[in-house]
Each structure stands twice: as C-alpha cells, then as structure tokens.
Design a protein around this ligand. Sequence first.
Ligand code: ATP
Length: 699
Amino acid sequence: MSDTAPAHQDTAAPTTGSPVARPAGEPAAGGPGTPAAGEPAAKEPRTRDAGEPARRRSVVRSLLRLWPYVRPVRVRLFGAAVVAIVASSVSLLIPLVLKWLVDGPVADRDPGGVWLGGALLLGLGIAEAALFGFRRWLVARPLAGVEATMRADLYRHLQRLPVSFHDRWPSGQLLSRATTDLMLLRTFLAFPLTFLVVNGATIILGFAILLDQRWQLGLVLLCPVVPLVVLCSYFESRYSAAARLSQDQAGDLTTVVEEGVLGIRIIKGFGQHRSQERAFRTLSRRLRTTELRKAGLLATLWALIMTLPELAIGAALLLGTVQVADGDLSAGTLVAFLSTALALRWPVESIGFLLAISQDSATATDRYFEVMDAPAADAADTITAAGTADAVSPDAAPTAGTAAPTAGATGSSAATAGTTRPAGPPAVTAGTAGLRFEGVVFRYADAPPDEPPVLRGVDLHIRPGESMALVGATGSGKTTLTALVPRLHEVTAGRITVDGRDITSLDRGELRSLVAVAFEEPTLFSATAGENVLMGAEGAGPEDLERALAVAQAGFVHTLPQGTGTQVGEQGLSLSGGQRQRLALARAVVGRPRYLVLDDPLSALDVHTEALVEAALREVLASTTALIVAHRPSTVLLADRVALLSGGRIAAVGTHQQLLRENAEYRLLMSGHQPEAPDGTAPATPSGPLRDPEEDADR
Ligand SMILES: Nc1ncnc2c1ncn2[C@@H]1O[C@H](COP(=O)(O)OP(=O)(O)OP(=O)(O)O)[C@@H](O)[C@H]1O
C-alpha cells in the first residue's frame, strides 16, 4: 500500500473543514490549482497525515482491528454464517437429487418418481432462498449498529483531537473516512466476511462430494487451485496499493468539493470557478485512472478465476463422457458431478471480488484507525505538574508597572468584575492573580526546522479585571498567542497561569469555564440563535441567555422570526457580520468567564456595526479580565493597556497614548502601515524609544 501511496506535499494550507476552524465563505486554500485571487500557486491536498509513515499491514491484521466493534454482534454474525452454510449445503443437495432422478425415475420411466423429484428440487430451492433471506435479516440491524457506533466514536475522537491535528488533515479526508470507508466496512461485515467463510466451506464440501462421486474427475477439477492461489496473491499486493490510492484520492476529491461549496462566495467573487473546475477535473481524472486500474486488475483476476475452472470443467466433461460411453460411469453420476461442479462455480468465481472488497475494507480499516490512533488532546494534559499555584515563584509578583493602566479604568473594571462574577478559584495573592505568560515559547510542529519559533519568550501579565490589547504586525503571532490560553495549542516552553495556576494543571473543563474565546470569524452552527449562544457554557439557562444577549448588545435576536428559536448558521437565516459578531460575543460571555480572549472582534465590520459591537465589547470588558487582539485604534481604545508583540516577544506595554508617544513601531502600526514580519521574524524595528521588556517587571 504504502509504496505507491501518493507523495503529497505537506502544506500549511488551512485545510481543516470543521466549522470552527474555517470560516464559511472564506477562501479555502489548498485545492489543487485553485488559488484564491492573489494567492500563489495551487497547493496539493495531502492524502496522508504528514507525520505518519504509512505502514503495510496484512489484510487480516488490519481487519482484525474491527473485532472490538464486531464483538457485541458476534453471536448474530456467527449465526448468520451458519445459516448461510446450511443454505449453501442445501444447494449442493440439488445435484444429488438430480442424480437420483436421472438414474432412478427417469431411467425407469416412472412419472410418479419424476414428480416427486421435481417437488423435492422445488422444496430445496425454496428452502435455500428462505435461509438466505433469514441470514440477511439476522445481520442487517446489528451491522447498521456497528457502523453507527464506529461513526460516533470517530466523531467523538475528532472533537477531542488537538487543533494541530485538524491543521494537518484535510477535511475531505476525514469526511470520506466517516462516510465512504465506514459504509465499505459495513458491506464487508455483511457480505464478504460471511461469504468468504460460507463459500470456502461450500467449496470444501462440494469437492468432498465430487471426489466421492468420481475421484479422478474431482482431481481434474482441483488442478486450477494452485495457479489460482499464486495469481490471487500476486494480484492482492497490486490491488491493495491501488485500493489505498483510490480511497485517498476520493478523500482529496471530497476536500475540493467541500471547499468549493464553503468558498462559493469567494469563488464567484473572484471568478475562480474555472480554476476550481480544473482542480476538480484533475483530481477526478486521477481518481478515474486509479479506479480503472483497479477495475483492470479485478477484470484480469476475474477472467482467470472464471476461465481456469471452466477449462477444468470442460476437461472433466470430456473425460466423464468417454467414461460413460465406455460404461465405466453412470449417466446420473456424470449429471450429478457436473451439476455439483456448476453449483461450485459461483462460490469459486465470487472469491475474486470478495477478496477485492476485503482488500478495500482492510484499507478502509487502516484509514479509520489512522485517525482513531492519533492521540486526543486530553492525552497531552499531563504536561507538567510544576505549574500549580504553589509553584509560582514569589518573585514573579509584579512590581509597579512602568506602564500604568489608564487611571481608574482598571479599578472600575475590577470592581465591576467583582460584582458580576460567580465564585472563582481559591483566593490568590495579588501578584499571581490574573492571566500571566511566563517565558512562553511556541513553535508549530509542522514549521520548517530552520524557522525560529513564532513566540520566543513572551512575558506578559494581565491583571485581574484588566483588559489588555495585543498589537503586532501581521504574522507576528497574535492569534497564536491567544490560542495558547484555551490550550488549542500547547506551549513549547514557558507557561501560562490563570490566577496563579498553570493552565496545564487545570483539567480542560475547568479551564473552559474560566476562559472563553471569540475568534476573528464568528462561526455559527446550524442550530437556533439561542442554542448557538448557550453552547458557550454547560448548564446555562434562559436567564443566562438573556443576560448574555443584553451584554453583547444582541437584542436583535428577539426581532428574528422565531426570536431566540430562529434557526441560523449554514442551513438557517443569514445574519450580517455584525450580528454574527455579537452572537459570538454573547456565546463567549454566557458562562460568565473570568477570562476572555478575543481575536480581533471588530475585524471587517462597517462603521455602524463596529459602533454596535464596540458598545457590546465595552459592556463585556467591564466584567472580565481580557486579552484582545487588536488591529485598529478603535479596538485598542477599548482596552486598559496595550502590549506590542514584536519579534516573538512583548516589546512594549503601556497605554495607547504612552505607546503612541514612545514607540515608533506602535505608531507605525496604528497609522495603518504594517511593518513587515517576513517568515515570522521580527519586523523591522523603527528607531524610537522601544521599551526594554526585561526592564518591565510588571509583565
Ligand atoms: N498551523 C500553523 N502551522 C504552521 N505555521 C503557522 C500555523 N498557523 C500560523 N502559522 C504561522 O505562525 C505565524 C504567526 O501567525 P498568527 O496567525 O499567529 O499571526 P497574527 O499575528 O495573528 O497575524 P494576523 O495579524 O495576520 O492575523 C505566521 O508566520 C503563520 O504563518
């Protein structure tokens, strides 16, 4: 399999298709030959996890991994196989009745016997059909259950996998595993698994009957077995490679289709439908070529599987006829022999495609477990125990900051926060409270080795009740830094504490209840407006919903056709950018989080909407400790202090006015001119009194 697996590039394209990770309508980079306008060359979707070396397993070993799922239905499956063996054996009785009919009633010209023989044959036929029907009934429901369980497990696991996994895996690859691959596995369990056993048993029983009837003729029929076994194993390895390739390519195609649907506005807006079509056609042709290769292999194998036994039957017929002519064999025995041989044609011929489906299913099993074997984010929870509150060094307590918060703002925020927050964690000293980054280093696992980490020692302290704006050149790592707080990524070195407790020492549930996030793109799910907000906190009720809507200035929800029960998201009512932003804010605050992390909440809003969302934000920030990624002065002004991220470090902290006065890079950023941060390196530092981060003890 692995040797011919496609050598796909590892791209950093945003190929995730989860509704959270990729905003609907955003350009879905990553489709081959489908650059969004202004984007560089086409990127190839990957068909395999970049970090995972493909391993070649035997078909049986791969399929054995299904056992935990099959175990609960094993009795039914075994019962169904027994019923199918009985049904097949019944079909083998037919030639014996024929032999009796030809040598007995037909030879004796006994009409009564012929009628009896006819009735027996009819009865056997009906019994065979009824038994096969019963087998199907036995397996249908349990196997649908197996498929549903596997799909549910996959979905659950996908939800628990870290963001870095979703960054690396194209969504189409995950979709195809959850749909096509699992359907293939159900088909395998319902059909080839049983029939490989049943047909094997039928063939053995049939040959026993044949050898018993006339061993010389039986041996003639057995002649093709050896070449067939050799040919089957030769085709197996080639078919296996083609099967893997085709299933991976189908996943790539799914990715392109999904991106084409999600990014339809961009595709139309930039007139990219032709290049999108081209990308689709290229992949579709590739898949067709692979499918044709598979079909060619199967056709050759099938032709051989059909021809060799036919030749053997022909030879047996010739030999048998000579023996009948010589009087060595009765006509009835020859009829029975040939009928048995013909009855064995289907079991023998079907082996080819049963093996092919088994091969496809082994590949599907490998693909399924490639995802299931990826360690879930929770597995990484035990990073360090050194980050508990006790471990916080006393000298980490802040001294008076060189950049004081805006007079009054912090105090009032803190005071408000104190009145509105639910009971929080145990009291901690003022020095350790708040959100603190200590020597935080982060590099993306898939970043080129020669590239420096995105964050190279971030030290920053956001005091309780304070709101801190995070400013920096594009690509400086602002989003990355915010993603570390809810542990969407794990720090490479250093640590982050909330209320003096290392976030890695908190379980994820606790961390989620402490910290809420709202991303740049306010993603809404296919659910009601109320449900979208309430998914921000477990156990939140109607009162929390109303409060959150009020805080986020999202009262417009009540004017929707069904109020908070109005369906929004992909299948529902389209909301404006500002409405979506405010719903996302309501979702972030519905659980009354002590900490709020907002990634550029005012991005891409028109002036009027910006004013509305700004008003909402003011309310929200008054009652929480917040870190807000900000690109423009209007957002920065919402915060008490501003931190400038530059060169992977916090280069300066102060009020907006202070930084405007003292920091040239900040001035440049706020003037709308982005200093370049090529390849994650520090932006060109303009001359100006940059604050020395080492001197700022309050970070
Ligand atoms: N999943 C990823 N894998 C590898 N590198 C990444 C990944 N995500 C982001 N990067 C890189 O990390 C750097 C910082 O990106 P980040 O999105 O944090 O910047 P930012 O300051 O938020 O930018 P912007 O202001 O444009 O939103 C960039 O060089 C980016 O290419």
